[in-house]
Design a protein around this ligand. Structure first.
Ligand code: AMP
Length: 279
C-alpha cells in the first residue's frame, strides 16, 4: 500500500494502472476509519482491480468551525487498518493541495439539499459536492463506494454525477453497526461510555417504529420516535423524517407507492449523530 500526498504523483500511478486495463475503485473518507469505512474498501476490492482510499477532512463541508476543529485525525492508525484490506493506495492531500484557491462553485440540488441535513447544515452539501467532484476529477474512478449511513449525501452525489455527466458508477453500501445497533461513525469516538450506551436507543427506536408502522399513521410514528428519543436524558432529536428514497419528499401515507427511508439526526451531548432505516 502506498501513501500519496501530491496530485501529480497520484495521477502518474493511476495512469499506469489504467494503461494496464485495470479498473479503479475509489472510497472517499475523512479518516478516523472504522469497520463501516472498511466495508466500503472490501466492496471496492470485490468490484474493481485497484482500490484508492482518500483521507481528507474537507473544510468546506463543515458549517460549524468547532466541529471541523474537533474532527478526529488519526492517519497513522488509519493506515494500519487499511494494511489488511484490498486498499492499494491512500491519497491524503493537504488542504492547500485540494484548494489552491477558494472554490467558489455553487451547486444546485433543489429540494434535495434543502431538507434534513441541508436544512440544519447550510452549505454542507455544496462542500461535499465541491470535494467529491474534485476527487473524482483527480482519481477518475470507474466506481466510487459510499455508505448508506449518509443517505442524503448518497442521493446528492448521484445527482451531482448526473449533472456533471461524470463517467463514474456510484455504489451504495449498507450501514455497518456496533453490536448495540449504534451506526458506526468517526464521531462515536467523542462519546463517553455512558453516552455511547444510550445512543443505541436511536436504532432501537427506528426498528420499533418500523414494526409499528402499519398500525399507526405516519404522523403518529414520527411523533412517537421523537418523544421516545427525547425522553432519554442523553439524547435530543434534531429532525426525524420519513421520505421517498429518490426525491426525499416526505411520505404522507404508508400506502404511497414509493420506497421509504426514515432519517434521523440526534444530539448526544455535543456530538451530532445521524442514522436511517429503510421502511
Ligand atoms: P466519512 O469519513 O464519515 O466522510 O465517511 C466516508 C464514507 O464512509 C461515506 O461514504 C460514509 O457514508 C461511509 N460510512 C461512514 N460510516 C459508515 C457506516 N457505519 N456504515 C457504512 N458506511 C459508512
Amino acid at each position: 500500500m502506498i501513501l500519496i500526498r501530491e496530485i501529480r504523483d497520484l495521477q502518474g500511478l493511476l495512469q499506469a494502472q489504467q494503461a494496464e486495463g485495470k479498473t479503479i475503485g475509489f472510497v472517499p473518507t475523512m479518516g478516523a476509519l472504522h469497520s463501516g469505512h472498511l466495508s466500503l474498501v472490501e466492496q471496492a476490492g470485490k468490484q474493481t482491480d485497484f482500490v484508492v482510499v482518500s483521507i481528507f477532512v474537507n473544510p468546506t463541508q463543515f458549517n460549524d468551525p468547532k466541529d471541523l476543529d474537533q474532527y478526529p485525525r488519526t492517519l497513522e492508525a488509519d493506515l494500519k487498518l487499511l494494511e489488511s484490506t484490498p486498499c492499494q493506495l491512500v491519497f491524503s492531500p493537504k488542504v492547500e493541495t485540494m484548494y489552491p484557491e477558494p472554490d467558489k462553485r455553487q451547486f444546485q440540488f433543489g429540494e434535495l439539499e434543502q431538507v434534513m441535513e441541508g436544512q440544519f447544515r447550510p452549505g454542507h452539501f455544496n462542500g461535499v459536492a465541491q470535494i467529491v467532484s474534485k476527487l473524482f476529477e483527480i482519481v477518475k474512478p470507474d466506481k466510487a463506494f459510499f455508505g448508506q449511513k449518509d443517505f442524503q449525501q448518497l442521493v446528492i452525489v448521484k445527482a451531482m454525477v448526473k449533472q456533471l455527466n461524470l463517467p463514474v458508477e456510484i455504489i451504495a453500501c449498507p450501514i455497518v453497526r456496533e453490536a448495540s445497533g449504534l451506526a458506526m461513525s468517526s464521531r462515536n469516538e467523542r462519546l463517553s461510555k455512558e453516552q455511547r450506551e444510550n445512543a443505541a436507543l436511536i436504532y432501537k427506536t427506528l426498528c420499533q417504529a418500523r414494526n409499528n408502522a402499519p398500525d399507526l399513521s405516519v404522523e403518529e410514528v414520527k411523533r412517537q420516535v421523537v418523544e421516545e428519543i427525547n425522553a432519554n436524558a442523553f439524547l435530543e432529536t434534531e429532525y426525524f423524517e420519513i421520505v421517498n428514497d429518490t426525491d426525499l419528499k416526505p411520505v404522507l401515507r404508508w400506502d404511497d407507492p414509493v420506497n421509504k427511508v426514515a432519517c434521523i439526526a440526534v444530539f448526544c451531548g455535543e456530538v451530532r449523530l445521524i442514522d436511517n432505516l429503510v421502511f
